[in-house]
Design a protein around this ligand. Sequence first.
Ligand code: ADP
Ligand code: MG
Length: 270
Amino acid sequence: MIEAAQLRKEYRMGQSVVHALDGVDLRIESGEFLSITGPSGSGKSTLMHILGCLDRPTAGSLRFEGQVISALGDKQLARIRNRHIGFVFQTFNLIQRTTALENVCVPLVYTRRSFARATARAALERVGLAHRAKHKPSEMSGGECQRVAIARALVNRPTLILADEPTGNLDTRTGEQIMQIFRDLHAEGITILLVTHELNVAVQAHRMIQMRDGRILEDTAVDEAHRAEIRTLTYDAHQRVFEARGASKPAPAKAAPESAIGGRKEPRPA
Ligand code: ADP
Ligand code: MG
């Protein structure tokens, strides 16, 4: 689906140059579920924007479904974006003054009005929010807003969804509900690429990419054993925190239901 070779992105800041991407090679097959992790400033968002045709690399080549897109003009890039790619962002990026339904209609500007509304309603249904169609973002919870944003990403029937820290502004439980939606979409055949700094979220993907200083540091397949290991690590981290306080231990991770993967964070101080 995507083939990137030696992608570079440089930002000039006065005299200095920031190498946001410093030679990234990446091949993504249709139907994959990937996560990208890495410290702040390591180039995750830059890479996602370039893969999503929101931005162009300074150097390197990029193919989308076999077509070379690194040198395309704005209009052609926009066409690929609109036809094939859906975006989800940490801060939802919804239009505040209008309803959930109208927000989901936004990518359908060139579609006949009645058809657009029907399509948007179906997308809202798919994320379990049909009953909120007439509500504005300010009347909805963060999790609901993110579901609206996912519905908006879905209306053009994308083959690829790119999500930049989609659970970053949500509490653990709500984040897990959002992750369930991504897992469902992946099961339906949509390719998913998720940027996150949360290990528990990243490990839900089937392939984990770690970035550092504009480069890919690691690119590994994730299996059940790997997920279980991360869960244990998190449990051990819990234990250390609790033991340090002399408090009672948390329930063992083993007893946690499958849905709790990714649902664990450091306990708050009592
Ligand atoms: P991440 O998403 O991993 O936090 P980014 O891709 O946002 O990292 O940024 C990578 C590097 O590029 C950082 O050093 C950041 O400051 C720089 N950068 C990103 N966008 C711009 C921009 N528009 N102008 C200048 N520098 C930028
Ligand atoms: Mg970022």
